[in-house]
Ligand binder design. Structure first.
Ligand code: GUN
Length: 296
């Protein structure tokens, strides 16, 4: 590529998930220190891990490390893959009753034979820091509280950090999952955006995505969002976590080409990823504060 061409291409600004994450974690660290001074204990997160799923091991370690970083107490209860659903439920109940545990989650996926839905529904309200319970979905629509689904709330925090206000904007979410797409759409709607949810059955995806001032893709397909599917000047948020043909981690968006069209873009890695664990810390902090407010 010659110098002329290089200069004539404007590049999207990077939405730096690590920087936003560091900013939010610094606030949480201060709140955790205040909480400890007030109550004599640190906010606490407990994670139940079942079996030997490698990716789960990495995720859980990251969560424990993040807790240490902001001064939370954390613990992992690691159960064998064949422990049975009763044992999983017994542990959820015990940690749910433990006043030093403010946030509790069951790392998914669970091994075959375990009922994930039953596990998610057994986590007591107030400690459900993943916000995966059906009641959280309802609450999000009717009266959002201080514990919100981590990935979408992380995206809202990133938009806020960069001064991007969804109000009145056309937002397109490519994904209808319970963990990302649906709560994302609800949060954008609550922020007064005009929201469209696209999914695997959407006809002419490009025609839909080209309408977006803010485009969020969480489809989990490398290379799904190409430059011709993006409106010039759009904000592009990539939630995808895929491996490309060379085995390299990549999102749903063709980062190189879409960067030439968009105004802002999140990289993968280093975009949405770091925000998910940060919002888990935020939820745990909020749960701890709500627990002591309730106890008064
Ligand atoms: N597995 C992959 N991501 C998550 C998550 O955010 N929470 C839980 N509980 N399990 C997961």
């Amino acid at each position: 590529m010659n110098a002329m061409t290089n200069e004539s291409i404007s590049r999207a600004k990077l939405i730096d998930g690590k920087a936003v994450s560091a900013f939010v974690r610094e606030q949480i660290k201060k709140e955790a220190a205040d909480f400890k001074a007030k109550t004599g204990r640190a906010p606490g997160l407990a994670v139940i891990r079942v079996g030997d799923d490698k990716a789960s091991g990495i995720y859980v370690r990251n969560k424990m490390r993040a807790c240490d970083e902001v001064g939370f107490d954390s613990r992992t209860v690691w159960l064998p893959a064949d422990c049975g659903m009763d044992e999983v439920l017994r542990n959820i109940e015990a940690l749910g009753d433990d006043p030093s545990v403010d946030g509790l989650l069951v790392q998914l996926p669970l091994p075959c034979g375990c009922d994930e839905r039953a596990a998610v529904l057994a986590v007591p309200q107030g400690k459900d820091v993943d916000a995966f319970h059906s009641l959280d979905a309802g609450r999000l629509r009717l009266a959002p509280g201080r514990i919100l689904p981590c990935t979408p709330s992380g995206i809202m925090a990133m938009l806020d950090y960069y001064g991007i206000d969804p109000s009145g904007k056309e937002c397109v979410v490519v994904d209808r999952s319970d963990i990302v797409g649906r709560p994302m759409a609800a949060m954008l709607l609550a922020a007064d955006a005009t929201v469209t949810v696209a999914h695997s059955r959407t006809r002419d995806l490009g025609a839909v995505t080209r309408r977006a001032d803010i485009l969020v893709s969480a489809a989990g397909r490398a290379g799904l969002i190409t430059a011709d599917m993006v409106k010039p000047g759009a904000v592009v948020i990539d939630v995808g976590m895929n491996r490309n043909a060379e085995g390299k981690l990549c999102g749903d968006v063709d980062f190189e080409e879409v960067s030439k069209v968009a105004s802002y873009i999140t990289p993968v890695p280093g975009g949405v990823g770091p925000m998910t664990v940060t919002m888990l810390l935020r939820n745990t902090m909020n749960a701890a504060e709500e627990a002591i407010a309730k106890a008064k």
